[in-house]
Ligand binder design. Structure first.
Ligand SMILES: [Zn+2]
Length: 121
């Protein structure tokens, strides 16, 4: 069983995002919903290089299926990227997730995916 290694799930609302996720920090998040057993079902994984809270706020109300989120902080944007890649592959990539593309590296970096050596944006 793969794990996101994030906190949550929490309801995806302005109030809960502002309460949980600090602004101005790199971090990772997952969006999804609770199934009938109350288990968080991951639909989408993402990251923010420097503004986790505002990134999450931008998702509130965006897609009806995304009712809950989980999140974690990262010490750097590169750490967030690496974790996003693991989350993306652990949860089946674009075949299984709503992520239509592999995670992109940040501009002006040479980061490559630790799992598939993807390099691009
Ligand atoms: Zn990859």
């Amino acid at each position: 069983m793969v794990s996101l290694e994030m906190d949550g799930p929490y309801e995806l609302s302005d109030k809960m995002v502002e309460k949980q996720a600090a602004p101005d920090t790199p971090g990772n998040y997952a969006l999804g919903y609770l199934n009938e057993e109350g288990t968080f079902v991951v639909c989408y994984v993402g990251r923010s290089d420097d503004e986790l809270q505002s990134k999450l706020l931008s998702w509130v109300g965006a897609i009806a299926r995304y009712t809950h989120f989980e999140y974690s902080y990262a010490d750097s944007a590169e750490e967030a990227y690496t974790k996003e890649c693991h989350n993306y592959h652990d949860f089946g990539g674009s075949d299984n997730l709503y992520n239509s593309n592999h995670p992109y590296r940040k501009d002006k970096t040479d980061w490559t995916c630790p799992r598939c050596s993807f390099y691009g944006r």
